[in-house]
Design a protein around this ligand. Structure first.
Ligand SMILES: NC(=O)c1ccc[n+]([C@@H]2O[C@H](COP(=O)([O-])OP(=O)(O)OC[C@H]3O[C@@H](n4cnc5c(N)ncnc54)[C@H](OP(=O)(O)O)[C@@H]3O)[C@@H](O)[C@H]2O)c1
Length: 284
């Protein structure tokens, strides 16, 4: 750090901080002098990430193994953060994955930016099992509830706070065949709006980042699974064609949007959904 940043003296919790967007958010906050707690299910990755970020930006980084689907893990993460770092000002609910299951005969994924006309892979609504709905709900609704419920007392004690829930743009623009994750993202948006109204008087803000097509480890996983015979460039070409900006976004670009919603300069923004999607949303 070359001087005090805009988040100096603040403490943030970033779930899923070891790679992808969560890692980029952790770095962006650290760049601004913010102390951090990061969690994931892999302790070695957490410890390495904490060491690297702490050394690079001269901030405290607390690595904590926690599964966001387990309430006790999340309560322990928040309690430890408050006890060890002294306060909690920011929560970024980022952890999660977008596992799109194949239907019989299906050979490609669908995205929120896909055109509404044109050939679709075979449908699968009738094939979806109850667990897919339950898993999506647990990941994008219940896990958010656990973390937000646990941080609110700390934020009130600190005189305010900022929460950002990271979900898919599918919550606003649902494509066919992935109805479980689309409705979970929509529910997360509704949950965030509702809570933002309840806690605004405590100077606590709740916003959502709605993502589509950000390059992370998920992108390579998808290529390997859905089109192992193609290069990354070939795999992305049809998708890029449906994105007005003609390319996928970077984790750093997504992280900057998260930062803007958490920064002191964003103090009057609450209850909003900000899409980071290269213009892919066909509406507001
Ligand atoms: N990339 C996109 O275009 C895109 C689009 C829409 C939505 N999103 C959302 O953005 C978020 C980040 O995605 P990403 O692309 O950056 O994914 P990623 O590269 O796979 O990173 C996911 C992070 O979350 C952690 N994680 C996953 N499940 C967890 C759990 N149950 N408990 C604790 N930590 C967990 C992972 O660590 P471990 O696996 O070691 O636990 C990792 O640190 C996700 O919520 C995803 O749904 C991304």
């Amino acid at each position: 750090m070359s001087g005090p940043g805009t988040l100096s003296g603040r403490v943030a919790i970033v779930t899923g901080g070891t790679r992808g967007i969560g890692r980029a958010v952790a770095e962006r906050f650290a760049q601004e002098g913010c102390d951090l707690a990061i969690c994931s299910r892999s302790l070695p990755a957490l410890e390495e990430t904490a060491r690297e970020i702490g050394r690079r930006y001269d901030v405290k980084v607390l690595p904590r193994e926690a599964d966001i689907l387990k309430r006790v893990d999340i309560e322990r993460l928040v309690g430890d953060t408050g006890a060890k770092l002294g306060r909690v000002d920011i929560l970024v609910n980022n952890a999660g994955g977008s596992e799109q299951r194949a239907a019989s005969g299906s050979r490609r994924q669908v995205y929120a930016v896909d055109p509404v006309s044109g050939p679709l892979p075979p449908g699968r609504f009738e094939e979806m099992v109850d667990e897919e709905f339950v898993n999506a709900f647990n990941q994008k609704v219940l896990a958010l509830v656990y973390a937000m419920r646990a941080v609110l007392p700390w934020m009130r004690k600190a005189g305010g706070g900022a929460i950002v829930n990271v979900v898919s743009m599918k919550g606003k623009q649902p494509p066919p065949r992935v109805v479980s994750s689309s409705i979970a993202a929509a529910a997360a948006m509704n949950l965030s709006k509702s809570l933002s109204l309840e806690v605004a008087a405590d100077n606590i803000r709740v916003n959502v980042i709605a993502l589509e097509s950000i390059v992370t480890s998920q992108t390579e996983k998808s290529r390997a699974r859905w089109a192992p015979e193609k290069s990354m460039e070939e795999f992305l070409a049809p998708r890029n064609a449906n994105i007005p900006m003609g390319r996928l976004g970077t984790a750093e670009e997504a992280a900057h949007a998260v930062y803007c919603l958490c920064a002191p300069q964003g103090a009057y923004i609450t209850g909003q959904v900000l899409s980071v999607d290269g213009g892919g949303m066909r509406g507001w």
